[in-house]
Design a protein around this ligand. Structure first.
Ligand code: ADP
Ligand code: MG
Length: 701
């Protein structure tokens, strides 16, 4: 039976070698199984008929019943078309064909009742349908078919070869007719019955040809359940395997370094959220299992402190620690902050980036080997170069979405025993999405900002109100504050972006002329040393305004900067806007985020800006973002842990199912961690089939 499903679709009636090749290329449909698992993207209710008087061009595909009055042609040359007036008792529309006139007039004579199916459009104020599907009403009523007609997506190339949604539906029908056996279950029977799922055989028939909406829902639910269930089972199994395999260093004690810091150097008291997260981390570090934890916390929530205290625990137990950041600016900022925080504690900290000189590298190398260096901070130079620790016990990765999964793996491939891993991110990820994207990590959340922060005020101005904004900036500078002005950087048109930035800088320099004002600039084309100089000018308060591209997106901490102006804000995604806004509001005074846009923007862009104005809550913004654009982009940037495309489930919309199946998967692994029980045999073999792609990322954080 399995062999049957592995048969090439070339053997299916109606396919043949040429179509088979095309289907493989265009839709990845190669075998019977692929075709069976090519699910409709929507269904059209063919029991519903519209009256012609109800039609308007905003409707999707609709069905009407009536008579053709007569044919005539309109237009010339390319625009020449066959037109039929089609009427029911409520009105009249035009049916339009640009091809096949002879065949149409021969097949659909006036006076016969037809069912016409198509998308209403409008031309010269009259409703029309271009190339509709037509069927004789009497015949359609005899035809045994499901009420809901499945619609399949196809491609331009397929359509040109006459493979339409309807063709695919017919091919699937042909395949189902050939299936003379029960399609074997891919879930254990006890799961199917316990969770009241439709069995697989029925599911695969009904998802393509449902008799009712209820049946369709039930079939789709079963398929979503299964798809998401296996993803969760897979993720959770990594987690289980890892904790069985990786011993993890035991950091049993909290010693002098931590205590001295906590009681003497800590400049403020921890927030409750920071305390809770520290407890969670300490528990991991002492457990004898390797920590793989994700720390989520909105911008400014104080993750750096948590990182430092975790590193101090590592040092207290005789280990070294490293902290990796995505950019040189951030790495050197961490280096400065942390060096200052541990002043007087006898802890050695150093910084390694791509632009570190040879003698510094030599020192780092030596002090790492003789273990006199306790904390090494850096960029990906930490993993790209031949950096050898004597005893690396803890790795902290800040803003990991900038790091590829593979890069993370290289961090400790040289170590026999993998160090503990803490991944920090300020990108708020909706809970259910995180369950999949980081499904094999434990999650801690800092859901509280340090006290005394004044919420940022966000405003939107269009280009025509620019002078107002400059006036506002001038006042803020007079009050001693500093200003960020950010321009979008979109890779595809780097040159143009760069020009925008230059033009912007020219304008700003004219409006805020030297010597009264000092303006600093940072962008991706500058060398690290140049960037460093510009940043320092701003950081140390000499520059009033920092003009930048999004290189300043993450982590930069300049409490005196109170205004974030985002140019062409309509071009940014929500999460990026939120990240940028997080650069201000770090001190005690009122901060502002000013969203600049052109006078006319799209509805969706307007909605994004509205959301920014209405809330400062990163998670709320992330949820909206997920609804507005779906999880696609987010998955892309975060490198999801799913080795295949989802066929039916949607990470954005099926959050509840994700939570549900995750609990079920957890329950199963708790009782049978290696899936060795007889009744779980199906799970094991399905996992093997689904996840046979090499998963070297299985043992990384
Ligand atoms: P992020 O989570 O974005 O990395 P940071 O660690 O950079 O945030 O912290 C932002 C600012 O808040 C820093 O200036 C830091 O010193 C300050 N901070 C952190 N924790 C506290 C606290 N418990 N009380 C007061 N200020 C804090
Ligand atoms: Mg940070």
């Amino acid at each position: 039976m399995q062999e049957f499903l592995d048969t090439s679709i070339a053997f299916l009636p109606g396919v043949g070698p040429k179509r088979a090749e095309l289907l493989g290329k265009e839709l990845n449909i190669v075998t019977y199984r692929d075709l069976l698992y090519y699910f409709p993207y929507k269904y059209i209710d063919r029991t519903k008929f519209y009256k012609i008087s109800e039609l308007d061009p905003d409707l999707p595909l609709v069905q009407i019943k009536g008579f053709i009055k007569g044919y005539y042609t309109e237009g010339h040359g390319q625009g020449k078309r066959l037109v039929a007036d089609f009427h029911d008792e409520t009105g009249i529309i035009k049916l339009v064909w640009f091809r096949g006139a002879k065949w149409i007039t021969g097949s659909y004579p006036p006076g016969v009742e037809f069912i016409v199916f198509g998308k209403p459009g409008v031309f010269n104020g009259i409703i029309n349908m271009i190339h509709p599907e037509i069927e004789e009403a009497a015949k359609a009523e005899q035809r045994i078919s499901s009420a809901l007609q499945a619609q399949y997506s196809t491609t331009e190339k397929l359509k040109n070869q006459f493979v339409t949604s309807k063709t695919i539906s017919r091919l699937i029908g042909n395949l189902l007719k050939k299936i003379k056996f029960r399609i074997p279950e891919t879930l254990p029977p006890y799961i199917v019955s316990e969770y009241h799922l439709m069995d697989l055989h029925d599911t695969l028939f009904k998802v393509h040809f449902p008799a009712s909406p209820a049946e369709m829902e039930k079939a789709r639910y079963r398929l979503k359940f299964e798809e998401l269930f296996y993803i969760q089972l897979n993720l959770l199994r990594f987690k289980t395997n890892r904790s069985l395999k990786n011993k993890g260093f035991v950091f049993s004690s909290v010693g002098d370094n931590f205590n001295n810091f906590y009681y003497n150097n800590l400049p403020f008291s921890l927030t409750d959220a920071q305390k809770r997260v520290m407890k969670e981390i300490r528990k991991d570090l002492g457990s004898g299992r390797q920590m793989n934890r994700l720390l989520q916390g909105d911008v400014g929530s104080g993750k750096t402190l948590v990182a430092l205290m975790s590193m101090l625990i590592a040092i207290d137990n005789g280990y070294q620690a490293c902290l990796m950041a995505p950019t040189e600016i951030l790495a050197s900022q961490h280096f400065q902050t942390i060096s200052k925080l541990v002043e007087g504690l006898g802890i050695q900290v150093n910084l390694l980036t791509g632009s570190s000189g040879r003698s510094l590298r030599k020192t780092i190398d030596e002090t790492l080997r003789d273990s006199s260096l306790h904390i090494l901070i850096g960029t990906h130079a930490l993993i790209e170069e031949n950096v050898k620790f004597k005893n690396l016990g803890l790795v902290i990765i800040d803003e990991q979405h900038r790091f590829g999964v593979a890069q993370r793996a290289r961090l400790w491939e040289k170590n026999l025993n993998p160090p503990h891993v803490l991944v920090m991110t300020a990108t708020p990820i909706p809970r259910t999405l995180a369950m999949t994207l980081y499904g094999d990590l434990d999650v801690s959340v800092i859901d509280e900002l340090p006290p005394g922060r004044v919420p940022i005020k966000t405003m939107h101005f269009s280009d025509s109100e620019r002078n107002k904004v400059y006036g506002f900036i001038r006042n803020q500078i007079d009050e001693g504050r500093q200003i960020f002005i950010v321009y979008p950087l979109i890779q595809e048109s780097e040159k143009m972006d760069y020009k925008n930035l230059q033009d912007g800088w020219d304008t700003i320099s004219r409006v805020f002329p030297a010597p009264k004002y000092c303006i600093s600039i940072v962008h991706g084309k500058m060398s690290p040393a140049e960037k460093e100089t510009s940043m320092r000018l701003f950081k140390e308060g000499y520059a009033h305004i920092l003009v930048a591209t999004t290189v300043i997106e993450v982590g930069v901490d300049i409490p005196n900067a109170t205004v974030m102006v985002i140019e062409s804000a309509e071009r940014f995604g929500l999460s990026q806007l939120h990240q940028l806004r997080g650069r201000v509001g770090r001190g005690a005074s009122q901060s502002y985020c000013i969203l600049m846009s052109s006078d006319k923007i799209s509805k969706e862009a307007a909605r994004r800006l509205e959301v920014m104005i209405s809330t400062n809550d990163g998670f709320e913004i992330a949820e909206t973002d997920l609804q507005l654009r779906g999880p696609g982009d987010i998955e892309g940037t975060l490198q999801s842990g799913i080795p295949f495309d989802l066929k039916i489930a949607n990470l954005g919309r099926d959050g509840q199912v994700i939570e549900y199946v995750r609990r079920i998967a957890e329950g199963i692994l708790e009782k049978d961690p290696l899936l060795e029980e007889e009744r779980n045999y199906v799970l094991k073999s399905e996992m093997k089939r689904l996840f046979s792609v090499k998963q070297s990322w299985s043992n990384i954080g």
